[in-house]
Design a protein around this ligand. Sequence first.
Ligand SMILES: Cc1cc2nc3c(=O)[nH]c(=O)nc-3n(C[C@H](O)[C@H](O)[C@H](O)COP(=O)(O)OP(=O)(O)OC[C@H]3O[C@@H](n4cnc5c(N)ncnc54)[C@H](O)[C@@H]3O)c2cc1C
Length: 350
Amino acid sequence: MLPEICENVPLASLTTLGVGGPAKFFARAQDVHDVEEAVRFAENRGLALFVLGGGSNLVVADAGWDGLVLQIAIGEIHQQSAEGKTILDVGAGVGWDQFVAHAVSLNCAGVECLSGIPGSVGGTPVQNVGAYGQEVSESVVSVLVFDLKQKCVRELRTAECGFSYRVSIFNTSERGRYIILRVTYALMPGGVPAVKYADLQKYFAQRGGPPTLTETREAVRSIRASKGMLITPGDPDSKSAGSFFKNPVVSAEQHNDLAGRAAERNLQIPSYPALSQQHKISAAWLVENSGFKKGYTKGRAAISSKHALAIVNRGGASAAEILALRDEIKNRVEETWGILLEPEPVFVGL
Ligand SMILES: Cc1cc2nc3c(=O)[nH]c(=O)nc-3n(C[C@H](O)[C@H](O)[C@H](O)COP(=O)(O)OP(=O)(O)OC[C@H]3O[C@@H](n4cnc5c(N)ncnc54)[C@H](O)[C@@H]3O)c2cc1C
């Protein structure tokens, strides 16, 4: 049976940034059968399909989406053990942070530093979600997908997913081909938390011995909240799509050029182990050193007052206002540093 298909459904309230117009058609899939039926519905009517998770990495056009938006609401977590690891097979519609809380409650390590990231489990392989020194690709074993090209369910092993920094086949070479149904993770029971990141190490500096997984989760959530990177009711700085720009990865030559430009301004490019590996530059540093202060406001869009990388909706902003601020930041960073910032969110209908 076809899942309920609604017409003219506002999308803004289904995203964390809260901008954009309606979906012409909207359906929610609880299982693979719903997915297949919804895909058929779209194909029969020649409608463009957009797959929605938790809406936490999206900027939706003011005109909305002139096709079918299919939200993946597949649930359930199945657990087994193999080769000393806990294997968790998780529905794409399960809330990501709900899953992390579950893993931590089982005392399983591998995703604790990814606490507090909003959105769905199915959204996380798409840009290989990462934070505080951990990336989801480190624990993903396989991704169960509906292949829109071959019209069948397939299992993709990690090596087939093409994971790297904020990249996978799902947002590059095979963009739009796969609907993620379930994700399987291998976690380490009784594992030690990964406390690699400077902010986390500082948080635990006074603690004798390594923190527990629960303490690590709490620390990550608390650090995130202080940066407006945890969705917190009443915190206007958390009405965003997270980081709006990726940290640029530059060549050694570009890095030298940047260091020279910085020296002319009596500045030093920040260097953390996580950044230096691939000559990754802090996008937040570039924004702040291009004349933008946290809290900078343009119409009803603003830079978060807690984090230079987040563009926030100060209330009733349009997508056009968000994009105008994006362009102003991009242009100024390019003029000042010769670096073209790449946006992180997905633009829908734009
Ligand atoms: C406050 C805040 C903090 C954030 N912090 C981080 C962070 O630290 N690190 C980080 O990496 N990201 C961060 N993000 C971004 C975002 O939370 C992640 O990218 C998240 O994984 C997106 O998942 P989602 O379910 O919300 O996807 P959506 O926003 O709904 O969709 C994003 C993309 O994934 C696709 N997609 C979603 N679900 C599926 C599916 N089941 N099958 C196929 N495609 C799908 C969509 O089509 C779209 O292209 C943050 C966002 C916010 C608002």
